[in-house]
Design a protein around this ligand. Structure first.
Ligand SMILES: Cc1cc2nc3c(=O)[nH]c(=O)nc-3n(C[C@H](O)[C@H](O)[C@H](O)COP(=O)(O)OP(=O)(O)OC[C@H]3O[C@@H](n4cnc5c(N)ncnc54)[C@H](O)[C@@H]3O)c2cc1C
Length: 257
């Protein structure tokens, strides 16, 4: 979440702000900050600054809040631009989420995500045996060999590409992860941090998946293949509408460009 600009100079130096005549609120000696964009990054930044006592004004050009994570009204339905599942290991981010979205405003859903590849649906997170079966004998053999190679000779660089290649084999990485991720993040996977993958992708144990295909464990459901998630009941944008409301209650200004 990086394309929002704050007036960093004014944060770091009150003197500069005083010299340039920034519009501090009467009770605050802290400088005023302009936040460009009311997407998740801009709103989180604005709320944090307000909590620290800064005067904050947000400038947004789209006419709505939430950026790519906003919800739109279409034909009387609330529609999200994409399925914005919340997942983080960061306590600070969890607190931010919980502070702006009451648990009564959320629903708990089972995840059903699929990738359409060469006319076939593949479960996402990938199910090892299903993926190999659908890819066909030749491609599956290539994937298994590639996975074996990655297991024997794991890559060391801290990149998204290396992490996913190690976890799934380079061939499966190229088929299912490379283009999608590069489109989504707008950056090459070889330049993207492995932290993106660590937080977002469940690993797959191909050998275990193949064994389970022949000897099903009926008593247990494979934990790595099940995923439930919490979602705002009125769409991802609800989180950001709530955040905006809190910002305004705290005295933050919003300017629609
Ligand atoms: C289909 C899809 C699914 C996704 N799923 C997930 C998910 O499950 N989990 C997850 O964590 N992330 C997900 N993401 C990524 C997530 O949406 C982004 O990481 C997040 O929205 C980035 O927030 P941001 O504030 O940096 O940028 P944006 O969301 O792009 O917000 C930027 C805001 O700034 C405004 N703006 C830009 N330039 C200016 C300007 N010059 N003046 C005024 N305003 C300006 C824009 O109008 C916009 O409102 C998904 C994205 C997509 C597209």
């Amino acid at each position: 979440m990086s394309n929002n600009c704050t007036n960093n100079d004014s944060i770091s130096s009150q003197d500069t702000c005083k010299e340039n005549g920034c519009s501090n609120s009467p009770e605050s000696t802290k400088p005023a900050v302009a936040v460009i964009g009311a997407g998740p990054a801009g709103l989180a930044c604005a709320q944090t600054l307000l909590d620290l006592g800064y005067k904050v004004d947000i400038y947004e050009m789209s006419g709505s809040v939430g950026g790519m994570a906003r919800s739109c009204e279409i034909l009387g339905q609330t529609v999200d631009l994409g399925p914005h599942r919340f997942h983080t290991d960061e306590p600070l981010v969890k607190d931010f989420w919980a502070g702006n979205l009451d648990s009564s405003e959320t629903v708990h859903k089972e995840r059903l995500s699929r990738i359409l590849y060469k006319g076939k649906f593949f479960s996402y997170p990938l199910r090892g045996f299903e993926a190999l079966f659908q890819l066909g004998l030749l491609e599956s053999a290539r994937c298994v060999l590639s996975y074996a190679k990655s297991t024997l000779f794991p890559r060391k660089e801290p990149t998204f590409e290396a992490w996913v290649s190690n976890a799934f084999g380079h061939r499966l990485y190229e088929i299912f992860f490379k283009t999608y991720s590069e489109k989504l993040w707008g950056i090459k996977c070889s330049e993207l941090s492995d932290q993106f993958a660590r937080e977002r992708i469940r690993t797959l144990n191909l050998s275990k998946a193949v064994i389970r295909a022949f000897i099903p464990d009926r008593g247990k459901k494979e934990r790595t293949l099940v995923s439930t998630f919490i979602y705002p009941a009125k769409g991802a944008g609800q989180m950001w509408n709530n955040t905006l409301a809190r910002i305004m209650r705290s005295g933050g200004g919003v300017h629609w460009l």
